[in-house]
Design a protein around this ligand. Structure first.
Ligand code: GSH
Length: 278
């Protein structure tokens, strides 16, 4: 691995749920792209599962429920750390969102968005992850995550020029590849939306407002890719998707939480128009 490269910790809870959605609860922070994946699939499938939202600002104590719209009605936790402690008192990793919580067992079932979206899809009939398309969806997920979705983080958190340069190249080669793919198909796998699209969308929605600037992914903006912009707009305008995109929270989170990248915590005012509603 390149010196100075950012490495995301592995998700530590990867269980299958026991029982159905009514036994479970979802913890997210809408600022977080991996959380938004779960929030989108919950919204578009109409899944009936409770949800609690953490505040977008995260300090060294981790994600917090600070009051108002950011409360945990289920357990009354003030910090998401409490959910991790209740599940595994020896847990020493970073407290991440999203979290699928088992209310009956009083523990975290799963904290990996890639698993949670599949679970949600299964609970609602399996429309977005059909058996005959799984291989294609999984193959897309793999390079889109590595080069693009995690790539923007590797660019942003790299600690050497070389690590940054490598990540930057990956991000923009993935964007070119997606742009080409979308020249003759409406969605990644064809005419129907799949989990590959819902998993990707949160990164596209954040690209011009955050990753381009904050993470130095400034080769091009999303609005300069006609097919990707058309695609992002199409997905964004599907029923209930826009409700899961809290742009102010997204900007507040990134620009105020990462002091090493933005020590004065000034939140950029633009872009004035992201182009999602045209
Ligand atoms: N593999 C996880 C990654 C989740 C993740 O990294 N979430 C970030 C927020 S965007 C987080 O909670 N980070 C906590 C921290 O770094 O302290 C998933 O996709 O669910």
């Amino acid at each position: 691995m390149t010196a100075g490269a950012f490495v995301r910790q592995k998700s530590q809870f990867r269980d299958r749920p026991e029982g159905g959605p009514d036994r479970h609860h979802l913890y997210v922070a809408l600022a977080c792209p991996w959380s938004q994946r779960a929030a989108i699939v919950r919204a578009v499938t109409g899944l009936e599962i409770g949800i609690s939202y953490a505040h977008p600002y995260r300090d060294e104590r981790g994600w917090a429920f600070t009051g108002g719209q950011f409360v945990d009605d289920i357990n009354g936790f003030e910090l998401l750390q409490q959910a991790y402690d209740a599940s595994d008192p020896s847990f020493e990793g970073r407290v991440s969102v999203p979290v699928l919580w088992d209310k009956e067992a009083g523990r975290i079932v799963n904290n990996e968005s890639a698993d949670i979206v599949v679970i949600f899809d299964e609970w609602t009939g399996g429309r977005f992850y059909p058996a005959d398309k799984r291989e294609e969806i999984d193959a897309l997920n793999a390079w889109i995550y590595d080069e693009f979705q995690n790539g923007v983080y590797r660019a942003g958190f790299s600690r050497s020029q070389r690590a940054y340069d490598e990540a930057f190249r990956g991000v923009f080669s993935a964007l070119e590849r997606m742009e080409a793919l979308l020249a003759d198909r409406r969605y990644l796998v064809g005419d129907a939306i799949t989990l590959a699209d819902w998993r990707l969308l949160p990164t596209l929605l954040r690209f011009d407002a955050v990753y381009h600037t904050h993470f130095r992914c400034n080769g091009k903006r999303l609005i300069e890719y006609p097919n990707l912009l058309r695609y992002t707009r199409d997905l964004y305008q599907q029923p209930h998707v826009a409700e899961t995109f809290a742009l102010d929270e997204v900007k507040e989170h990134y620009y105020t939480t990462h002091d090493e990248l933005n020590p004065k915590r000034i939140i950029p005012a633009g872009p004035l128009d992201l182009g999602f509603t045209a």
